[in-house]
Design a protein around this ligand. Sequence first.
Ligand SMILES: *Cc1c(COP(=O)(O)O)cnc(C)c1O
Length: 429
Amino acid sequence: MKREISEQLFAEAKGYFPGGVSSPVRAFKSVKGTPLFIKKGNGSQIWDEDDNQFTDFCCSWGPLILGHNNDTIREHIIATVAHGTSFGTPTRWENKLGQLILDNNRFIEKLRFVSSGTEAVMSAIRLARGVTGKDKIVKFDGCYHGHVDSLLVQAGSGLATFGVSSSAGVPASFVRDTLVLPLDDLNILEETFKAQAEDIACVIIEPVPANNGLLLQRKEYLMGLRELCTKYDVLLIFDEVISGFRVGAEGAAGYYNIQPDIITYGKIVGGGMPVGAYGASKEIMGHVTPDGNVYQAGTLSGNPIAMAAGYAALSQCLEEGFYDKMEQKTQRFVTKLQAHCDTKGYPVTIPTIGSIFWIAFTQKVIRKADQIDPASMDKFKAIHCELLDNGIYLGPSGYEVGFISAAHTEAELEAAAILICAALDIAHA
Ligand SMILES: *Cc1c(COP(=O)(O)O)cnc(C)c1O
């Protein structure tokens, strides 16, 4: 496969940006080769600068549930941009997207638009602290919530609740206020609450942890988490930046039928434009400025072009049967891969929910971050490299999940499944 142009552009980019990229995972550090510079996408397909074509399972890391260059989204963007790009005032498009979301979601009553998932999470944490008057927060090892200072904390060795920062530049005082617990363990959570609940503002969780493999949680665990938060007067934040509008119109809250106190959104909500949102009951959202005293603002928040794109995307997701079709299509695809691995006796499991899947190089059910064997990532490296050469684009890390879009046809998925099975054969040879 020709890579000259991508390689040359990447060499140039390294002179401009740290690691040559605007977001670290794009740099291909955990796989072989250099990043591909993509110039075009249509449906499930993308093309790089060297004119290689790929079936895309990264889908811009999740936002593109309708695939690339969706007609309706593109038309909404073009029609809106013809009237200007930004006014810094309320616009009709905000109302339209806000109403569409709230009318189709039983779990939030009001929301605020921001410009990224990170911003949504950062604001939700501030809101939880503002509402409760408490400072500490609980997060789980294996959940990612964007690059928010207080959430760039990972489990330390020894005592579960003492975290260490996972990035330089995070003040030690922030780390002290973040408790990191393992997923799938209500006992440790309750012990933590017993000791410190009067200092804990909120628990934040990805109800569908999909940033460190796909660590599907038991419904009983999530329900237990909800009960304990209620019992100990701690707010529960569902970070649905990935799962929102992905596992169903009401995200994971609807999928599991669990009422969190605050929900964050991003990715799909903007239809491929930079949008995030956080929502809650009227009462909790009443604490946000200007109604309340939790300050949060944004120059480009509720940007009309982004709102129009989000509206066009969600309108299509809300069509009858959309999520059932997505799930069935994904199931058929995953079943083919799993059957191949089972027949050949490969230690591979492919967890899936909605239109998300993950290739785990183990036969064990994985629910916690520390159950992933880092050595298994060598197998991912091997299939990633092989698949790129054969026109299949997976996100460049074995810890990343794959996404299927509405634009992936049965024929494309069938063809991709054959190539992935062949790559798995090579990785296990
Ligand atoms: C992607 C993601 C974020 C961060 O969103 P950005 O738009 O990248 O800032 C936060 N939380 C979860 C669960 C995510 O998947």
